[in-house]
Design a protein around this ligand. Structure first.
Ligand SMILES: [Mg+2]
Length: 122
């Protein structure tokens, strides 16, 4: 799968890219929601988005809310964040996130979530 990682932390982008490559996926990266939104609406193939919450320029939740308002793309989005309050989780899910991964996470957790998505997509 082509997986777009959206995070303002370069170490996180590198770490998650490495995990995805190990799992046989092709990582792409963006350092904020605005860049990611442009990539998703530019027509390039992206199968899954892993989305940080706290980022400059456009946060993860702003990214979700913009896509909900504009119905710009239907690519599945997993939140990948340290934000763990039930209110925030609910807000992300209500705005179109398919799943929620708490940082820090192990490669196993990411692998399981991606496999569940692949089964859903058939
Ligand atoms: Mg961040």
């Amino acid at each position: 799968m082509k997986v777009l990682i959206v995070d303002d932390s370069k170490p996180i982008l590198m770490m998650v890219s490495d995990i995805l490559k190990e799992l046989g996926h092709e990582p792409l990266t963006a350092e904020n929601g605005e860049i990611a939104f442009e990539m998703l609406t530019s027509g390039q193939q992206i199968d899954l988005v892993l989305l940080d919450w706290n980022m400059p320029v456009m946060t993860g939740i702003e990214f979700l809310e913009k896509n909900k308002a504009e119905s710009a793309f239907s690519t599945p989005v997993f939140m990948m964040t340290t934000e763990k309050s039930p209110e925030k989780i609910q807000r992300a899910l209500e705005n179109g996130a398919s799943d929620y991964i708490m940082k820090p996470f192990t490669p196993d957790i990411l692998q399981n979530k991606i496999e569940m998505l692949q089964e859903l997509l058939g």
